[in-house]
Design a protein around this ligand. Structure first.
Ligand SMILES: *Cc1c(COP(=O)(O)O)cnc(C)c1O
Length: 406
């Protein structure tokens, strides 16, 4: 093959097609640069990024504070392993404890690993008590990750079927059905795992009545509560954690996505009660909480709290709230329901949301489809009101095009 006859982009595609495992159906775009909420592709086209790499680029692209911090860290020390101390893990854990009320952190590298850790810590808690409880209760429409444990508490048959048998003893109950949850829980339940606001499942916040039932179910059975805040936590709803808004008191919490603002890091937050039951050697990670990842997390958490980013989510969240509901009025044949809060939103359509994604790219806005009919928005947490308005104008055009085309 001669490379002079093909464009740079076609060359990228062809090389991947030969050598990268084909597990992702990618959009035909290659990004080369970003600046805040904007991304630029290999042809120099500009896009407003309302997805931020699935909630990961939490401070937008090329954030100067993150760039400075990780460049500086790279000149000092990146990694030493968990066989030694370094100054940053304790600082990140201290901040996470102040935000969550959970006193201890275990560091890992992704959301699925954080969920995996939470499931193991729940098992370990009951093992230590001399009363092993193997069962977990999870919700329908849940998504907790792709590793075996996390997949075992993820409801989607499409993800599960090729990999069975998964962990035994997992019961799924319908979302926001208090009676079903209370009927499912028993003294065999080790833990109930929930996303306080479901993300991949179509942006579904748990109702206050269901949250009350979760608290009641835990109280009557002794089951631990695991809150998966990988997508909805860390400022996404305008507060540190959505579990607090719902009045939930989890024993273990999983974090990922936004925490490293683009640098891979995950964390499990653990109450002192559960932490007491865990011993040296029970769990570990070679990379977990290395200096690079912790420096990024520390910079993110400082921006989130002292930099006013959480207040920004609340302020710009109102713009999304008003304008997305106005879009639903404008496109009534297409938009069935608008769900979300802060800077996590889903437009539930009357049909497959797939065509909105390429229509968005053509209009210069990045969104994605989840749960088949839902257009999901997870913009950077520091998006401005003006940027939000421009991005939503582009989304409006994309919805008009997708609606007209079908
Ligand atoms: C994305 C996600 C995960 C998995 O995180 P990875 O970093 O992809 O492993 C787990 N739980 C929730 C709620 C998520 O949204």
């Amino acid at each position: 093959m001669t490379t002079t006859s093909v464009s740079a982009f076609e060359e990228i595609q062809a090389r991947e097609a030969r050598h990268v495992l084909q597990t992702y159906r990618r959009n035909p775009i290659s990004f080369v640069r970003g600046q805040g909420v904007r991304l630029f592709d290999s042809d120099g086209r500009e896009y407003f990024d309302l997805l931020s790499g699935i909630g990961v680029a939490s401070l937008g692209h090329a954030h100067p504070g993150i760039a400075r911090a990780i460049a500086d860290q790279a000149t000092q020390l990146l990694h030493t392993s968990n066989l030694f101390f370094h100054p940053l893990q304790g600082q990140v854990a201290e901040r996470l404890a102040a935000l969550s009320g959970l006193q201890r952190t275990f560091f890992c590298n992704s959301g699925a690993e954080a969920v995996e850790a939470c499931l193991k810590f729940a098992r370990r808690y009951w093992y230590t008590k001399g009363e092993p409880r193997a069962e977990f209760i999870a919700l329908e429409e849940s998504f907790h990750g792709r590793t075996f444990g996390a997949l075992s508490v993820t409801s989607d048959e499409h993800y599960r079927a090729p990999f069975e048998p998964l962990l035994p003893g997992v019961k799924f109950v319908p979302v926001n059905d208090p009676a079903a949850l209370l009927a499912a829980v028993s003294t065999k339940t080790g833990a109930i795992i929930v996303e306080p606001i479901q993300g991949e499942g179509g942006v579904r916040p748990l109702t206050p009545a269901f949250a009350a039932a979760i608290t009641e179910a835990c109280a009557k059975s002794g089951a631990l509560l695991i809150a998966d805040e990988v997508q909805g936590g860390l400022g996404r709803t305008g507060v540190p954690f959505h579990f607090a808004t719902l009045g939930l008191k989890p024993h273990v919490v999983s974090l990922g996505k936004a925490l490293g603002a683009g640098v891979p890091i995950g964390a499990a937050l653990i109450s002192e009660d559960v932490a007491k039951t865990i011993s040296y050697g029970d769990h570990g990670s070679t990379y977990g909480g290395n200096l690079l990842a912790c420096r990024a997390a520390l910079t993110f958490l400082t921006e989130l709290v002292e930099g006013g980013v959480m207040d920004n989510v609340t302020r710009v969240g109102k713009v999304f709230d008003e304008r997305l509901h106005a879009l639903a009025k404008k496109h009534p044949a297409l938009i069935k329901e608008v769900r979300g809060l802060g800077l996590i939103w889903g437009l539930d359509l009357t049909r497959d949301a797939g065509p909105v994604v390429p229509a968005g790219l053509a209009s210069g806005v990045i969104v994605n489809r989840t749960a088949e009919t839902v257009v999901r928005l997870l913009p950077p947490l520091n998006i401005t009101e003006a940027e939000a308005n421009e991005a939503i104008n582009r989304l409006d055009a994309a919805l008009a095009a997708a609606g007209a085309a079908s």
